[in-house]
Write a protein of this length. Structure first.
Length: 262
């Protein structure tokens, strides 16, 4: 048995291209997990750590390359080095870049990129087979966060009577726009890119009030707010309840009549 092992090792050294035997393998490791998010027309850089692990003789480096087996149609995949050397038991980090190239796609777009790292030894015109490494990376489309602004009235403006609050939204997808006053309930408003809401300030107390607006893009909310100073003129009808005014006036009139008669 010992002689057989010695004989096999001797054969591998002298004739390393023995049929059916692998010379070594490539190990691949994702440094930051196997899921990456990419924004519209942006790119994501994915570092891959590669290691060549020889099975027998460990003094030959290998030539390695990264091949794209599969990818979503809406991204491109490139790597910084088309072909590179891997030395035995030494790590090398290669950066692969995913870039979004498609137009508008759904916010739930997701795909997988399959990469195959192959290697070969070419020395003395002899070919040694290396076991390749395959990795799957999940790519998810990440929406740019939406932005909502209240255009009118301006922050800290004075408001009275009926006021039309106007706003503007910038974002790739708008599911809803809502508004609320102070700690009231959220109310959906009309419009997406440009929206407006009619506010009757006469239903509010005079003083400072907070107007909040928010947008929902299917994933996240973005919120903005302004302060308005409500200044409506107080009338007798609004300052004193009618049921209190009439009896009071009646008492005054009766008192005046009695005084005149005297």
């Amino acid at each position: 048995m010992l002689m057989l092992i010695i004989s096999l090792s001797f054969s591998l050294v002298l004739f390393p291209n023995v049929a059916g035997l692998k010379w070594g393998k490539i190990d691949i490791k994702l440094n930051n997990g196997d899921t990456y998010y990419i924004e519209r027309y942006e790119e994501a850089n994915i570092p891959l750590t590669l290691t060549y692990i020889p099975y027998y003789v460990a003094y030959y480096p290998i030539w390695a390359e990264i091949k794209i087996i599969d990818k979503p149609s809406w991204i491109s995949v490139t790597n910084e080095e088309a072909c590179f050397l891997l030395y035995p038991k030494s790590e090398k980090t290669i950066t692969v870049t995913f870039k979004m190239i498609a137009g508008k796609i759904g916010s739930d777009a997701e795909g997988k990129v399959t990469l195959l790292v192959t290697g070969r030894i070419l020395t003395r015109h002899l070919f040694r087979e290396i076991e390749p490494a395959k990795v799957e990376i999940t790519v998810k489309y990440k929406l740019n966060p939406p932005v909502i602004n209240i255009v009118y009235p301006k922050d800290n403006a004075t408001a009275k009577g009926v006021v039309v609050i106007r706003g503007k939204v910038t974002g790739e997808e708008v599911n809803s726009v809502e508004i609320k006053i102070d700690d009231g309930n959220w109310k959906e408003v009309k419009g997406n890119t440009y929206w407006e809401y009619v506010l009757d300030t006469r239903k509010l107390d005079n003083g400072i009030h907070v107007v909040k607006a928010r947008i929902f893009d299917g994933v996240d909310y973005s919120t903005t707010s302004i302060r308005i100073n409500v200044k409506n003129k107080n009338t007798l009808a609004t300052s004193w309840p009618l049921y209190f005014i009439i009896p009071t006036v009646s008492i005054i009139i009766i008192a005046l009549i009695r005084k005149i008669k005297r």
